[in-house]
Design a protein around this ligand. Structure first.
Ligand code: LLP
Length: 407
């Protein structure tokens, strides 16, 4: 992956002048291209993409993805509302909750949203309340260990997500008891999954279970395609997954006379590489063992390195061709928020602009105000223009909801 100085002809350095740093920048063209690639990879089957909103939930990004022909998967009532604001109709949205209160489920049902039922008690309550009046989906835990690291592996036996495949008899009992109208079965095994075999394995669990549900309309394979974070990383070959999973899906449908849609819920695949976090070096600090570059950002803006030991490529935009030194790029937070460790960068001076790559997915959406720091602005590059899609926070934003008592 090259280290761009421009996105769609717009100079990244000029964005620092125009909008300041730290700054999240998204390449809209890249996002819509990724949607197209996935559509192509699965063109042999009736595909529905349900973008995992949580990866990057700016309303304008949601709009863009909708224009490209995808629906959405939401994981909170707030995400549901964001998607509706972005123009998604209720039937384009799936709500995949994780242990939420029933009031929230009701609110989503009243908005006309399909619920992905993720526990037996939720199935019971849903059945008691709605019987067969409202179609729904069931999230199955397929007992598959997959994903880039344990924290993002969610389809294994001990994961909190979904209903264990071993509890299929109980699921079926509840379906019968309340005449539940089950239109979909869902799995999501994790994030950063390289191997097509994992998706096939998941498919087999879905196919097996689907035999018990005669009225299904779709099977949802979840998300999790791996993207390249490191320079020599291999990403999931979505063409291969599309071919293999597509064939298995078609075989299943034709063998059992089913007419089903295949749903996918990509997050990272659509938005990770499209995003850049542009930061400024505040200080270059040499110690006897390490040279630190302290930047005007940190775990408050990009928590992935600290939370998952995630690797993000970093480059010095201000010195594209100089000689290289080793640095630890660290944040300004009062924690050891190392963004890049022992990394070769072209020589860095205070004031230089650094770019952190793959910041589109789970970057801004996991950002916080820790250390009472302000969250950055977000800019979308679209049709060769830089568009501000979220203002930088200011101090008033930070204290807006605090009640300041008269002590
Ligand atoms: N569908 C469901 C039900 C999910 O829980 C997720 C992600 C996705 C789809 C999308 O997965 P993706 O295609 O983005 O891998 N914050 C972590 C990733 C956690 C993902 C949580 N669920 C990270 O930054 O690596």
């Amino acid at each position: 992956m090259p280290n761009p100085t421009h996105i769609q002809g717009v100079a990244i350095a000029a964005l620092a002048d125009q909008f300041g740093t730290p700054l999240y920048i998204y390449d809209g063209e890249k996002i819509t291209n990724q949607v197209k690639i996935l559509q192509q990879a699965f063109s042999a089957v009736p595909l529905k993409i349900k973008y995992a909103t949580k990866a990057l939930s700016n309303i304008n990004i949601l709009k863009l993805i909708r224009k490209a022909g995808a629906g959405v998967d939401a994981v909170s009532i707030e995400e549901v509302k964001l998607c509706m604001l972005a123009g998604y109709s209720a039937r384009e949205i799936m709500y995949t909750p994780s242990g939420v209160g029933f009031d929230e489920i009701k609110e989503a049902v009243e908005l006309g949203i399909m619920i992905n039922l993720d526990s037996l008690p939720l199935m019971e309550e849903f059945g008691k309340t709605y019987g067969n009046a409202i179609p729904s989906c069931i999230r199955i835990n397929p007992h598959i260990m997959a994903g880039g690291n344990f924290k993002i592996s969610v389809g294994h036996k001990e994961s909190k997500f979904g209903i264990s495949i071993e509890q299929l008899p109980e699921i079926l009992e509840l379906v019968k008891k309340y005449k539940l109208k089950i239109e979909g079965l869902h799995i999501h095994t994790g994030s950063d999954i390289l191997d097509a075999e994992v998706f096939l394995k998941g498919g087999n669990v879905l196919f097996e279970a689907a035999l018990q549900f005669p009225d299904l309309k779709f099977l949802d394979f979840g998300g999790g395609f791996k993207v390249a974070y490191k320079p020599n990383d291999i990403a999931t070959d979505v063409m291969e997954v599309g071919k293999k999973v597509g064939e298995a899906f078609q075989d299943f449908c034709s063998n059992y006379g089913r007419q089903l849609e295949l749903w996918l819920e990509p997050g990272k695949f659509l938005v990770s590489e499209a995003g850049y976090l542009l930061v400024k070096a505040n200080v270059v600090k040499e110690t006897p063992s390490v040279t630190f570059v302290g930047v005007d950002s940190g775990l408050n803006h990009l928590i992935r390195p600290m939370m998952y030991d995630a690797y993000h490529s970093v480059y010095n935009l201000s010195n594209p061709e100089g000689k290289k030194n080793k640095y630890n790029v660290v944040g300004y937070i009062c924690e050891t928020d190392t963004i890049a460790s022992h990394r070769e960068l072209t020589e860095v001076k205070a004031g230089d602009l650094l770019v952190i790559k793959n910041a589109g997915a789970y970057g801004y959406s996991m950002a916080s105000n820790y250390n009472s720091r302000l969250r950055p602005a977000e800019v979308l590059i679209w049709e060769g223009r830089a568009l501000l899609i979220r203002k930088r926070e200011n101090f008033e934003d930070l204290i807006r909801n605090q009640e300041i008592l008269d002590f």
